[in-house]
Design a protein around this ligand. Structure first.
Ligand SMILES: *Cc1c(COP(=O)(O)O)cnc(C)c1O
Length: 467
């Protein structure tokens, strides 16, 4: 019997291949070699693990070559890559949550190419504080006594718990031990923060007495977590923020709230009725509120902490803050976002623009598209009312009117169509419902229309192609 590795091509054979060389672009030689070696090694491993399987040298060579070409090409494309969001989900975690739009221009304006005064104060010529400016902006915007910004909301909660509750017990209702998705689970974050979880109440009902029974003044913290991505109905009871704050005050125990979605722009509060509001929690006297900056706040990935100066300063001194703090690029983007908020212009954030586009505007967008006529490969492409969602774990049941395309193709199933759109050079992401493929125009930017048009033209073909 032939040696199982006899069919394996050499690294040099692949390196010499013209198609591979073309795919490599300006990838330097040592890295080309390493890329190929890794591909060959992984195939060698597979051959050794399955010695019974017979391999012909030709197909094996093509398969390794293909893999190398795909990897080399992938290295040339920017990442993350632009996609067209046709899902109708405004804050889509897999698609990067809130879109940044013109916020990214801040990167040019603040001249980040050279050195910056990130941590230097020209007045005193001494070391400055990298987020003092953000703190001032957030104080003005929210009225909070103090503020701090870290990597994301998970980090914010972790820093708050580690600072305020390390080696203490944290009381939280059993109905709020939530999983947000993407590995955020409240109990896991607590454990990693070094505090002891004390579940109180039951899955559906928790009342103030449940907290009162277990709270130990001096060695407890009360935590409220926004349920975010699910709702409970029926035989349900929850403890309000007011009650928790009153209990905390009475016993001298801090109250932390994980707000999650970060609704700060008050003008939208009315539209998003059930969404918890950051300012509301502060007004009610919560000691520390944390939220994400890339959900309803509409900016980059970050976590915002707001609350009393005493607690925020303790967090700033915590060595964990050094681990979780932001870099200059993200600080510049948040600075730009907060300027919009402070100008009373949060409505011009891309997220809120998409949210506010009227059905007439969406219709006008669709009217700009040349929809394929029957006689092409399309069975039908028609404009249809759809329902958009906020997403990002905010208000799971809130749907709002939207408009989009319903697409049917003679040769491709809805799932196949979805795949074709998703695998284009600029992926277009839609969804399948009851056997049809849909693209929601609410989450598409006007700049996305040419890309949609190209996809429709290319997938539709001409009438002749059908013959
Ligand atoms: C989304 C969410 C988080 C996680 O936020 P990240 O910024 O992704 O870390 C935490 N808590 C709640 C309640 C959330 O909704």
């Amino acid at each position: 019997m032939e040696h199982p590795l006899a069919a394996l091509p050499s690294v040099h054979e692949i390196l010499r291949d013209p198609a591979f060389r073309a795919a490599c672009g300006d990838l330097a030689d040592p890295f080309r070699t390493r890329l190929v070696r890794r591909a060959v090694d992984s195939h060698r491993q597979a051959l050794l693990e399955d010695p019974e399987e017979r391999h012909e040298p030709g197909p094996l060579f093509s398969s390794i070559l293909d893999q190398c070409i795909r990897e080399a090409e992938a290295l040339q494309t920017p990442s993350p890559r632009r996609v067209v969001n046709g899902t109708g989900v405004l804050i889509h975690t897999n698609l990067g949550r809130a879109p940044l739009g013109a916020l990214v221009e801040a990167l040019n304006e603040s001249d980040l190419g050279g050195y910056t005064d990130l941590e230097w104060d020209p007045e005193s010529q001494e070391r400055g504080n990298r987020d003092l400016r953000l703190q001032r902006q957030l104080q003005l915007l929210t009225g909070a006594e103090a503020a701090l910004v870290v990597n994301n909301c998970a980090a914010a909660l972790m820093l708050a718990l580690n600072t305020l509750a390390s080696n203490k017990q944290v009381l939280v209702s059993r109905s709020e031990l939530v999983e947000i998705g993407g590995s955020f689970r409240v109990p896991a974050i607590m454990e990693a923060s070094g505090c002891r979880l004390r579940e109180v109440g039951t899955t559906n009902k928790t009342n103030l007495r449940d907290f009162e029974e277990h709270v130990v003044p001096g060695s407890s913290v009360l935590l409220k977590v926004h349920q975010s991505n699910f709702v409970q109905r029926g035989f349900v009871e929850r403890v309000s923020i007011d009650e928790m704050v009153a209990l905390g005050r009475r016993l001298g125990v801090p109250v932390i709230e994980d707000n999650g979605s970060g609704l700060i722009a008050n003008q939208y509060a009315a539209l998003l009725q059930d969404e918890p509001r950051v300012l509301d929690s502060l007004d009610r006297g919560v000691d520390i509120v944390c939220c994400s900056a890339d959900k309803l706040f509409g900016s980059i990935q970050a976590g915002i902490l707001l609350g009393t100066a005493e607690h925020i300063e303790a967090m700033r001194r915590n060595p964990l803050y050094r681990v979780l703090r932001l870099d200059k690029v993200r600080l510049a983007l948040l600075d730009r976002t907060l300027k919009l908020y402070l100008a009373g212009d949060a409505g011009s954030l891309p997220l809120w623009r998409l949210f506010h586009a009227s059905l007439d505007e969406l219709e006008a967008r669709i009217a700009q598209l040349r929809l394929p006529k029957s006689g092409t490969r399309w069975l039908s492409v028609r404009s249809t009312p759809l329902q958009g969602r906020l997403g990002g774990g905010s208000n799971p049941e809130a749907v709002f009117e939207s408009l989009g395309l319903e697409l049917r193709h003679r040769e491709l199933s809805a799932e196949a169509l979805k795949r074709r759109f998703a695998t284009r050079p600029v992926p277009i992401v839609g969804y399948v419902q009851q056997g049809c493929f849909y693209l929601d125009l609410r989450t598409c930017f006007p700049e996305d229309l040419p890309e949609l048009q190209r996809a429709l033209d290319e997938l539709g073909g001409t009438g002749d192609a059908l013959e």
